[in-house]
Design a protein around this ligand. Structure first.
Ligand code: ADP
Ligand code: MG
Length: 399
C-alpha cells in the first residue's frame, strides 16, 4: 500500500460532480445519532469541496442490511439531517441508491451543493451487491459523476462496491483529508515514533489483538495490557483467575507473547472483581495472584491505574486499543477513565486511539478533545497497526 497518494488537493474539482465515499456508519438509536465523531471528521473534505464549488454527492453504508425489513432502521436520513446542521446548509437526501430520481437530482446540483443518497448496503438485499463489490453497481455509481474521492477510513479494511469498486471504475480517484490524516498519525506512530512509545492494549479478547500486540512489541518501548485479555495472560502464567473472561485455547499464544515481550509487557498488578457480570454485587480489589473462585475481574485496580499512569505520563507517543475494563458498567469504568486522565495530563505526547470501543469510551467519558487523534476506524486502524494492506486505500495506488 502506497501511503503517499493523491488527495483532492491534486485535482481540479470546481464545477465537477464529485462522488465522495465517506463512512457515516454511526450508532443510531430510535432515530437519534449516539456519536457523530465520524460525521465531524468527514467535514474538512466536504467543506473543501463546497469552498471549491464542486457538486458533492456523498455515499456511505450504515449497519448491516440483509432483508427488506432491515431497511426501516438503516436509513441514512438522520445522518443527512445532522450533516446539514453541522454544515449549516441544505443537504439533499435521496432515499434511493439508484434510478431516475437520483440521476435527476445529481444533474440538478449546483456548484457548492451537497447531496447524499441512501445506505449503499440497501443493495445487499438483492445479492450482496455492495458488500460483495459488484462491479456493475460500482460502474453505475461512477458513471453518474466526474470523479471519485475515497474518504471512508472506517471501511478501508473492506472491499465494497462503494470504495474499491468505484475507485476501479473511475479515471480519477483520490483520497480525502480524513484518510490522509488517519494514515499520517498511524504511520508516523509505527515508523517514526518519538520515544518512549507506550502502547496500551485491552478489550475483551486476546484473540482479536494477537497480531497487533506482536507488531506493537517490535515498535513500542512498553505494552501495557489491561481489560479482559489480561486474564488469559495471568492464567497462562498459572494464576487462578476465578470466573474472569479467558480464552483457554490462547494460553500458548499468551506465553509466546510474554516471552517475546519480556521486559516490555506490563500486566495488571491488582484487579477489581465482582461476584457477577453486573454493575452491582460484591465488589472488591485484590492482587493479581489472589483472585478467588466465584469472582471475575471487570477492571484494573488502583495500583495498576497508578502504574499505568506513570508509563503514560512519561510517554512521547501513545497508541491505545481496547478499554481497561467493562467501562459500560459505571463501577468498572475507572481504569479506562484513568487512562484518559493520564493522557490528558500529558498533552505533549502524540496520543492516538485506534479501537472502536475505546474511542467510544473516551468520547462518552468526555475526553474527545484530549487526544491528538481518535481514529474513526476500529477494525481498519487495528488492521493497519497489524501491518495489513487496507483494500479501501490501496485501491488508490497507481491512480
Ligand atoms: P476496541 O473496540 O476498543 O478494540 P474491544 O472490542 O476489543 O475494544 O473490547 C471492548 C469490550 O471489552 C468492551 O465491551 C468491554 O466491556 C470489554 N471488556 C473489557 N474488559 C473486560 C473484562 N475484564 N471482562 C469482560 N469484558 C471486558
Ligand atoms: Mg470493539
Amino acid at each position: 500500500m502506497d501511503i503517499n497518494k493523491k488527495t483532492i488537493r491534486d485535482v481540479e474539482v470546481t464545477d465537477k460532480k464529485v462522488l465522495v465515499r465517506v463512512d457515516f456508519n454511526v450508532p443510531i438509536k430510535d432515530g437519534i445519532i449516539q456519536d457523530d465523531n465520524r460525521i465531524i471528521q468527514a467535514l474538512p473534505t466536504i467543506k473543501y469541496l463546497i469552498d471549491n464549488n464542486a457538486k458533492i454527492i456523498l455515499c456511505s453504508h450504515l449497519g448491516k442490511v440483509k432483508t427488506e425489513e432491515d431497511k426501516a432502521t438503516k436509513s441514512l436520513a438522520p445522518v443527512a439531517k445532522r450533516l446539514a446542521e453541522l454544515l449549516n446548509q441544505d443537504v439533499v437526501f435521496i432515499d434511493q441508491t439508484r434510478g431516475e430520481k437520483l440521476e435527476t437530482a445529481i444533474d440538478n446540483l449546483n456548484p457548492g451543493e451537497v447531496l447524499m443518497f441512501e445506505n449503499t448496503r440497501f443493495e445487499d438485499v438483492d445479492g450482496k451487491k455492495e458488500s460483495g463489490c459488484d462491479q456493475e453497481l460500482a460502474d453505475y455509481w461512477a458513471s453518474l459523476v466526474d470523479m471519485v474521492v475515497i474518504d471512508a477510513f472506517g471501511t478501508a479494511h473492506r472491499a465494497h462496491a462503494s470504495n474499491v469498486g468505484i475507485s476501479n471504475a473511475s479515471d480519477i480517484a483520490v483520497s480525502g483529508f480524513l484518510i490522509e490524516k488517519e494514515i499520517d498519525f498511524l504511520n508516523n506512530a509505527l515508523t517514526n515514533p518519538n520515544h518512549p512509545f507506550v502502547a496500551i492494549v485491552g478489550g475483551a479478547k486476546v484473540s482479536d489483538k494477537i497480531a497487533v500486540i506482536k507488531q506493537l512489541l517490535t515498535k513500542a518501548d512498553y505494552v501495557l495490557i489491561g481489560g479482559g485479555m489480561a486474564y488469559t495472560f495471568l492464567k497462562a502464567q498459572g494464576y487462578n483467575i476465578g470466573d474472569s473472561i479467558c480464552e483457554l485455547d490462547k494460553l500458548d499464544v499468551a506465553n509466546e507473547i510474554l516471552s517475546l515481550g519480556k521486559d516490555k509487557i506490563i500486566l495488571p498488578i491488582d484487579v477489581k472483581l465482582n461476584n457477577q457480570f453486573a454493575n452491582d454485587g460484591d465488589i472488591k480489589v485484590v492482587s493479581y495472584d489472589q483472585i478467588p473462585d466465584g469472582y471475575q475481574g471487570l477492571d484494573i485496580g488502583d495500583q495498576t491505574i497508578e502504574l499505568f499512569a506513570k508509563y503514560i505520563k512519561n510517554a512521547k507517543t501513545i497508541v491505545w486499543n481496547g478499554p481497561m475494563g467493562v467501562f459500560e458498567f459505571s463501577n468498572f469504568a475507572k481504569g479506562t477513565n484513568s487512562v484518559c486522565e493520564a493522557i490528558k495530563d500529558n498533552p505533549e505526547a502524540i496520543s492516538i486511539i485506534g479501537g472502536g470501543d475505546s474511542a467510544a469510551a473516551a468520547i462518552s467519558l468526555g475526553y474527545q478533545d484530549q487526544f491528538s487523534h481518535i481514529s474513526t476506524g476500529g477494525g481498519a486502524s487495528l488492521e493497519f497497526l497489524e501491518g495489513k494492506d487496507l483494500p479501501g486505500i490501496s485501491c488508490l495506488d497507481n491512480k
